[in-house]
Design a protein around this ligand. Structure first.
Ligand code: ADP
Ligand code: ADP
Ligand code: SF4
Length: 607
């Protein structure tokens, strides 16, 4: 067995703890040295992996959750591709890009997806786990000689393959790229595709805007456009669907499929399973222990790869990657056993004007403990609707029945500087003082399930996108309120985390007997979380119509009819899959008016 010991140096605080890791280590106690406080890592804990026996005592004893130790089979060591440093994350294996094929990468956050993209795009030279000397491509190539990957890495190493990488955090682009959308894209149009890209990614309305003023969704489409206009041999897209609504996600997926050159290598990292399924030909599953080590699976065809991932077992590797499977239920009809819920909130027909924007709301009722999914594009009036319900805004027509309702809101865009605390611990301490966050169930079902207790005194400003999202959802849920609006909780979090967040939201709705509105453009999540849905129609930024809450079947049908997308069901996992536009199933389902909840049996012939 080989030991992989990782210390999170943001969390290790030797001056605050009692050096439990060093004192309790059985090797240290019997006169050996497996862990010590070392100047080589800035006066923090350092683990000697050769001496460590992997007992896990330090992992349990450290009060700041700074240490992880795993035992891995010896033969795996042959596959080490990169290690960021001593006691840092270790990557085993790399996928082999293929021309003329879009390869999707799927896996938990912290499993090494970005590391893989950085190596394959030539930004990071793999050190093969040796960090005492400068890494070199020659050594890396030597390791892969005789493999298919060698040919690819050779042209990366000698610079003859031009690569383009659409980064995950598009917000950075707002800071670093100057100029206006149209002007910048015109300048980089190396492939003469400016008009196609502008049209496919609906960039017309943002064409004359300054990049620093773009919304998250516009920025995402702008960066995808910029990548597509470059004339390259390899294209890498890291999470291209964040901040986009359903229609925009499909447009981006279509643009990636249709506008990348046939002879190019294309890879996409994506957590929205419907989008990943739609955009990819094959998938690679990344697994391991997030933040500690990551492994790449073999290449699977897209349908079976996603199914294996959901089922938690990779057959080619003979590897269980999760103890339980992720299940999607086919729940077109509300279950009969559900007790009728008590009404919570009634709202009449209302209208509201805000400058050039007009919102029309149909009357409706929500129930205690109910989660209402909100479906619709960005800027269609979803937030305005909630503010009307809470009485924060006065309607021109209609009246507010619920003056003074307290609302708790998790905005779509979260900024660390909007919180009054510096560290996560500070925030948790304050939240735990009173109200819901002081209860045992909130601690267990929200804080611990989302892993916030492990973030310790990490600064909120230094959290990763996914950590910040989970923090923001927890803060919004912890607030004492009568109505909750959680806007796009899925951004930057992985598939498993999405479902954990969904369960935490459900728990709060049930215990508080309140209504929670959840806006999300990941339709698998919307389906998973919603009891009913409110569909918004209209023209973004101009006029919005909030329809009465509808059951999932009619609500999803109405919404998908608006965006002209149909879904079929996967036979093994029941997960919804997007039909190819114009395919037999797409045409048939449109004719029947069944956009979403088709019975899986209809597809026997197709799969
Ligand atoms: P993913 O994209 O799957 O979320 P990443 O490839 O970004 O995963 O990161 C995998 C792990 O490597 C994470 O735990 C991350 O903290 C760690 N890591 C990333 N970059 C560095 C670095 N420069 N130094 C040390 N650790 C790093
Ligand atoms: P969503 O939540 O669906 O993204 P919003 O309800 O935030 O949409 O906004 C709908 C439209 O109303 C947008 O075009 C937005 O710019 C506009 N809007 C929202 N609040 C105001 C306001 N206070 N004054 C003027 N316009 C506003
Ligand atoms: Fe203290 Fe934990 Fe760091 Fe060890 S790893 S020095 S116990 S904070």
């Amino acid at each position: 067995m080989v030991r992989v010991a990782v210390v999170d140096y943001d969390l290790c605080k030797p001056h605050r703890c009692r050096l439990e890791c060093v004192r309790f280590c059985p090797i240290n106690r019997s006169g050996g040295k497996a862990i010590e406080i070392s100047e080589s890592v800035g006066g923090k804990a350092f683990i000697y992996e050769v001496a460590c026996v992997g007992c896990g005592i330090c992992v349990k004893k450290c009060p700041y959750y700074a240490i992880s130790v795993v035992n891995l089979p010896d033969e795996l060591e042959k596959r080490v591709v990169h290690r960021y440093g001593p006691n840092a994350f270790k990557l085993y294996g790399l996928p082999t890009p293929q021309t003329g094929m879009v390869i999707g990468i799927l896996g938990k956050n912290g499993s090494g997806k970005t590391t893989v993209l950085r190596i394959l795009s030539g930004e990071l030279t793999p050190n093969l786990g040796v960090f005492e000397v400068e890494p070199s491509w020659d050594k890396a190539l030597e390791k892969f000689r005789g493999t298919e990957l060698y040919n690819y890495l050779r042209i990366v190493a000698d610079g003859s393959l031009r690569r383009v990488h659409k980064i995950q955090h598009v917000d950075l682009v707002r800071k670093y790229v100057r100029g206006h959308v149209g002007e910048v894209l015109t300048r980089i149009d190396e492939r003469g595709l400016l008009n196609e890209v502008r049209k496919m990614l609906s960039l017309e309305s943002a064409w004359d805007n300054k990049i620093s003023n773009l919304s998250g969704g516009e920025l995402q489409r702008f960066t995808v456009a910029a990548a597509l206009l470059r004339d390259a041999g390899a294209y890498f897209f890291d999470e291209p669907s964040s901040y986009l609504d359903v229609k925009e996600r499909l447009a981006v997926a279509n643009a990636i499929r249709e506008l990348t050159p046939r002879s190019a290598y294309v890879m996409v990292v994506e957590h929205d399973l419907a989008v990943l399924d739609y955009v990819s030909d094959s998938v690679v599953v990344m697994y391991g222990e997030p933040g500690v080590y990551g492994l790449c699976s073999k290449l699977y065809s897209v349908g079976s790869g996603i199914n294996h991932f959901l089922e938690g077992f990779l057959p080619a590797e003979n590897m269980r990657i999760r103890s339980e499977r992720i299940t999607f239920y086919f729940r077109a009809e509300p279950s009969e056993s559900t007790e009728p819920r008590k009404p919570y909130l009634y709202w009449p027909h209302m209208t509201k004007k805000l400058n050039n924007f007009k919102l029309v709301v149909d009357e409706g009722v929500s129930h205690m403990g109910e989660i209402i999914g909100v479906l619709g594009p960005n800027a269609i009036g979803k937030t305005t609707f909630i503010r009307l319900l809470a009485g924060e805004l006065k309607p021109e027509e209609g009246y507010v029945t619920t003056e003074g309702l307290r609302i708790s809101y998790k905005p779509q865009y979260i900024r660390a500087e909007n919180y009054p605390w510096t560290t996560v611990d500070e925030a948790l301490k304050e939240l735990r003082k009173e109200g819901m966050a002081s209860t045992e169930w909130f601690e267990t079902d929200v804080i611990r399930k989302l892993g916030l207790h492990k973030l310790g005194d990490k600064e909120i400003a230094s959290l990763s996108g996914g950590e910040l999202q989970k923090f923001a959802v927890t803060v919004a849920l912890a607030r004492e309120a009568d109505l909750y609006l959680i806007d796009e909780p899925s951004a930057f979090i992985d598939v498993e985390e999405r479902l954990t967040v969904a369960k935490a939201i459900r728990k709060v709705a049930e215990v508080r007997k309140t209504t929670i509105f959840v806006v999300d453009h990941d339709l698998l999540l919307a389906d998973y979380i919603s009891d009913r849905v409110v569909v918004f129609e209209g023209t973004p930024g101009r006029e919005g119509y909030a329809r009465s809450p509808a059951d999932l079947r009619s609500g999803m049908n109405k919404f998908l009819e608006g965006v002209q997308v149909t879904f079929r069901r996967d036979l093994r996992t029941y997960r919804p899959r997007i039909n190819k536009p114009g395919s037999y199933l797409d045409r048939q389902q449109k004719m029947l008016g069944e956009y979403y909840y088709v019975k899986p049996i209809q597809h026997l012939a197709e799969d």
